[in-house]
Design a protein around this ligand. Structure first.
Ligand code: ITT
Length: 203
């Protein structure tokens, strides 16, 4: 049998929305998920990669050196067609220093002011890294396609969820039951791939 400490996994994130989602996705697995809130003194990580994957890998490496154990790191964001992929890797701080979800949404809607619905296509993307104690790692990606709404609606989720319409449901992600988001989201898709590898490890 595996020792209990092998089941501890650190999620290299401070984002409470993401942590909540990952906990739900891990339900039923023999895993104790910690996050960077459990390691308040971890060095801050400069996310200076050019892709979601580079940033996720950097977070995983830095946190692995600091905490040891198995690490899951995620880098994710919103790509808007009309803005040629922006805000992309800059999604969290799109509206500048002291950015909040609300201000980021406001800036996005301003950038898309007057742009008709058929040109408001977008995608959420997620890169996940499963980083093991021996320095080996695997990477997984997921994507959710949608349309940027004209105004925010709904109160579930986090980030850009209130302005991201999922065409199949005719609702923003913030109007969807969190259980549905956790089946269809970019993070859920990437995570479903990661879960297989993880299951072998925490059995
Ligand atoms: P950590 O680095 O601590 O994980 P962060 O919020 O800075 O937290 P990212 O660098 O990965 O995380 O930035 C992701 C941003 O993209 C996030 O702050 C949201 O604005 C947006 N985002 C990612 N996933 C999202 C989702 O499921 N719904 C809405 N917005 C999302």
């Amino acid at each position: 049998m595996t020792e209990p400490e092998n089941h501890k996994i650190v999620f290299a994130s401070k984002n409470r929305g993401k942590i909540r989602e990952l906990n739900a996705l891990l339900e039923g697995m023999n895993v104790n998920l910690l996050s960077l809130h459990d390691y308040p003194d971890v060095p801050s990580i400069v996310e200076d990669g050019n892709t979601f994957l580079e940033n996720a890998l950097k977070k995983a490496r830095v946190i692995s050196e600091y905490t040891g154990g198995t690490i899951i790191a995620d880098d994710s964001g919103l790509e808007v067609d009309y803005l040629e992929g922006a805000p992309g890797i800059h999604s969290a701080r799109y509206s500048g220093a002291g950015a909040t979800d609300e201000r980021n949404i406001r800036k996005l809607l301003e950038e898309l002011d007057g742009v008709p619905t058929e040109k408001r296509g977008a995608a959420f993307r997620c890169a996940l890294v499963l980083y093991r104690t021996d320095g080996t790692f695997e990477t997984f990606e997921g994507k959710l396609e949608g349309i940027i709404a004209l105004k925010p609606t709904g109160s579930e989720g986090f980030g850009y969820d209130p302005v991201f319409i999922v065409p199949e449901y005719g609702k923003t992600v913030a109007q969807l039951d969190p259980e549905i988001k956790n089946r269809i989201s970019h993070r859920a898709i990437a995570f479903a791939k990661l879960k297989k590898s993880l299951q072998e490890q925490v059995r």
